[in-house]
Design a binder for this molecule. Sequence first.
Ligand SMILES: [Zn+2]
Length: 177
Amino acid sequence: MWWALLFILACVVPTEYHYGYSISYPEHVFVIGKPFKSADWETMPSIRVCKDTGISVRRINHATSFWRKLGYKFDHVSYDTSNMCAPARYGEIVISLPDGSFDNTKIASTRTYTRTSTGKIVKAIIFIMPKDARRLRVIEHEMGHAIGWKHYNKKFHIMHSNWIMGGYDDFGLENGD
Ligand SMILES: [Zn+2]
């Protein structure tokens, strides 16, 4: 059936990660062994920051250099100053204010879109409020999800699911590790 093939080729599924103050043990959390990446990107992602998130250039540079040091590459970083920040397009990581589905007890969440036919990430959205965007490590952590990393509950690790117990430990996150 040609239409079924078209559907499969076009099919992109979302995965969502939430960041909060309590330890969560959903299927996305790894505690032992090495951190686990659910998918790689189809392209080199560009980053678009919606201005109304209040994220400074310095903040975003800090977050991108954290991941660049680990061997990840990003295309250009841009600021979207429009009132209605456009949804993520193909090849983009967008950092935006939360949409209607956001859980207010959380600090931030990231949604990655994976193409089912290739298993590769094609776009990602990080949802965050300005008050939480100022917190240490949050953008770095969410960018980790946008890259494809799942939670990893080693104390002081950047991908720890509980913000309070996290840190800048980057064990196991090197590109191609
Ligand atoms: Zn998280």
